[in-house]
Structure formats: structure tokens, C-alpha cells
Design a protein around this ligand. Structure first.
Ligand code: T46
Length: 135
């Protein structure tokens, strides 16, 4: 069963005109947290992710090309195709994520609520499931 709120998206306006596209991402406006880190996945040749975060919240926006993102909250799995700069995928904490099927031209932008911290990663799926079960 997929609940109404999982996965959640933000709609991003394209303010583009004949000169080109223009999208805007703003703290606590369309992005539902204070952004502390921005990174991008480019030229991806194989699947990535395979982890969850204890506290981190992120928004993923595919600026170019496309990829598939699998989100798993421990009971429900959803696969989402990211193929538009106007679609932001919200990835909350305690969600297992995998990114697959990157097209060669895919540029995936990620906005994150915290600085990088390896201690925030859960990289073992069984550990993730146990943590979800134990609340
Ligand atoms: C996520 C998905 C969507 C850093 O040192 N700083 C950083 O900000 C990041 C993102 C990574 N790293 C290091 C950690 C690893 O040694 O770069 C290496 C590759 O990272 P990782 O294998 O975690 O990359 P992905 O693509 O599997 O996952 C990344 C993010 O790490 C993760 O938070 O949600 O993208």
C-alpha cells in the first residue's frame, strides 16, 4: 500500500522564456528545510545509493536526462522516474534509497538539510529494517 504522502514531491515552477529554462529553489519556501549542502550526480554509469539516513532530509531534482529512484520506508517500496526539472522528490530521513537507470546525460541535483556526515548513513538493509521496526 502506498500512502498518499509517500513519496512526496514539490512542484518547481519553470520561469523560463525564449532565452531558456529557469528554476528557483529557496530555503523554507519550495524547499521544506534550510539547505546546508548541495551536490550533484553526473555521468553515472551504474546504480547508486543503497542506504538510508538517520536524520538527513533531501530534495532530488533531475536537471537533465532521467533516472529511476526506489524509495523504501521499510514497509512500502515506490519507484519514481525523475525526468523533469520541475519535479522535486522529497526524501525524508529513514528512507532506503536506490538510484537506477541513469541516462548518459542525467544531471541529478541534490539539496540536503545537513552537512556530510558518514555517521548518519545506514548502509546495511537489515540494520535499516531493524531500526524501522524498533521505531
Ligand atoms: C544520497 C544519494 C542521493 C562526501 O564526502 N560528501 C558528500 O556530500 C557526499 C554526497 C558524498 N561524499 C563521499 C562519501 C563516499 O565516500 O563520496 C563518496 C560517494 O558517496 P556515496 O557512495 O554515498 O554516493 P551515492 O550516490 O550512493 O549517495 C549519494 C549521497 O551520499 C546520499 O546521501 O542520498 O546520493
Amino acid at each position: 500500500m502506498i500512502s498518499e504522502n509517500f513519496p512526496r514531491f514539490i512542484e518547481i515552477l519553470n520561469l523560463g522564456d525564449e532565452r531558456g529554462d529557469l528554476i528557483v529553489l529557496e530555503n523554507n519556501r519550495n524547499i521544506p528545510f534550510q539547505v546546508q549542502r548541495i551536490y550533484s550526480l553526473i555521468n553515472c554509469k551504474m546504480s547508486r545509493g543503497f542506504h538510508a539516513h538517520i536524520n538527513l532530509m533531501q530534495v532530488l531534482v533531475c536537471l537533465k536526462g532521467q533516472c529511476d529512484v526506489v524509495l523504501d520506508n521499510g514497509t512500502t517500496k515506490a519507484t519514481v522516474r525523475l525526468d523533469s526539472m520541475t519535479k522535486g522528490l522529497i526524501v525524508e530521513s529513514m528512507i532506503w534509497r536506490e538510484m537506477h537507470n541513469f541516462t548518459d546525460d542525467c544531471v541529478l541535483l541534490v539539496l540536503a538539510s545537513h552537512l556530510y556526515d558518514e555517521a548518519d548513513y545506514i548502509r546495511d538493509y537489515d540494520v535499516f529494517l531493524k531500526m524501522v521496526k524498533n521505531g
